[in-house]
Design a protein around this ligand. Structure first.
Ligand code: SAM
Length: 322
């Protein structure tokens, strides 16, 4: 097992199944162009082999499938069929929810029990202007159907000053009423926002600002969370839970256990580092040849983690997954 001086190791793998996305969210894709799949994306089989090798070489225990938008990928079914057999303790998915109702039978058959749905507003006009794709009613219907199928839902919202701050309370109440756990994600200095401090600061909403907004209408208490959790969790007594992924206000680098594999075969040990390590070629090699080389690259990827705090990164979320 590869462990660093701070005792950190990789336990959680996030796979970006494709960089293609049917949205072009303002904070993720500044030019508004919806992404298509990269030409050199790995096959479902190579990505599944990557998961198997990383379970062995890094001790991966949990997998999250993300993107781009994983539900638009033709690789989804074959990939999920393969990784479902690998003995992982948890397989979950992050999606914008647009194709959730359509893909639900496939997800249920593959044993998915937890889904994170990204949803920044309940206002249809604001939805169109932030996501620049998709349809709000379709997402809400997909969530209803997933909940009815017994899937546990978390909702990811990125609060953005000037765009959706008026939606913090409606979205929280909507989620509490349905048993969805809302996760506010503090805006991260990724991609164009890493280069443009003004654009970042104009839109950024901090943990404290969120809590004071919520405190005007709800009492809340801090709740327990796993040691390597990224979110600070709160309970609204008698109503449910919400969390804040406060990468700026409460950095979680000291306990970070995440490793990312992009759809084109690059390993990323840290969102805040532009270092990446190519493993696409190793995934075509037999296990006994691939594993020693992979170990070396995993050491480098672990060394890319920040000591204390996330400071931003040129890499874009849509490429490596959130
Ligand atoms: N398409 C899927 C979805 O919408 O959930 C998965 C990929 S998306 C990149 C994953 C998450 O990253 C979303 O919840 C999105 O809001 C978040 N995200 C993207 N860019 C971000 C940024 N600069 N700061 C904070 N969150 C960001």
């Amino acid at each position: 097992m590869i462990v660093d001086r701070q005792g950190r190791r990789f336990r959680n793998l996030r796979i970006s199944l494709t960089s293609a996305c049917n949205y072009a969210c303002t904070y993720c894709v500044p030019n508004g162009k919806r992404l298509v799949a990269a030409q050199d994306e790995l096959s479902a089989q190579a990505m599944a082999r990557g998961v198997a090798y990383l379970i062995e070489a890094a001790g991966i225990e949990r997998l999250r499938i993300t993107g781009g938008e994983p539900l638009v990928s033709p690789k989804l079914e074959a990939f999920m069929g393969a990784v479902g057999q690998m003995g992982l303790s948890d397989i979950s998915l992050t999606t914008n929810g647009q194709l959730l109702a359509r893909k639900l039978p496939l997800l249920v058959d593959a044993g998915i029990r937890r889904i994170n749905v990204s949803l920044d507003t309940l206002d249809a006009d604001a939805f169109r202007s932030i996501a620049r794709g998709g349809d709000l009613a379709t997402v809400l219907e997909g969530m209803d159907q997933a909940r009815a199928a017994g899937i546990k839902i978390k909702v990811n919202m990125v609060p953005l000053r000037g765009q959706n701050l008026d939606q913090v309370m409606p979205l929280l109440d909507y989620c509490l009423a349905r048993g969805y756990e809302l996760r506010f994600i503090e805006l991260m200095r990724m991609g164009h926002l890493a280069k443009d401090s003004n654009a970042f600061l104009q839109q950024f909403v901090s943990l404290q600002q969120l809590l004071s907004l919520i405190g005007e209408q709800h009492e809340y208490l801090q709740a327990n969370a796993p040691v390597d959790a990224t979110a600070v969790r709160y309970e609204v007594p008698g109503k449910g839970f919400f969390g804040v992924i406060a990468n700026e206000s409460v950095p979680f680098c000291r306990t970070c256990s995440r490793l990312r594999l992009s759809s084109t075969g690059w390993l990323h040990g840290c969102l805040s580092s532009s270092n990446r390590h190519y493993v696409g070629d190793l995934l075509d090699q037999p296990r006994h040849q691939a594993l020693p080389a992979l170990q070396g690259l995993l050491m480098k990827a672990l060394g890319d983690k920040q000591e204390v705090a996330f400071s931003g990164g040129a890499t874009v979320m849509k490429i490596i997954g959130g």
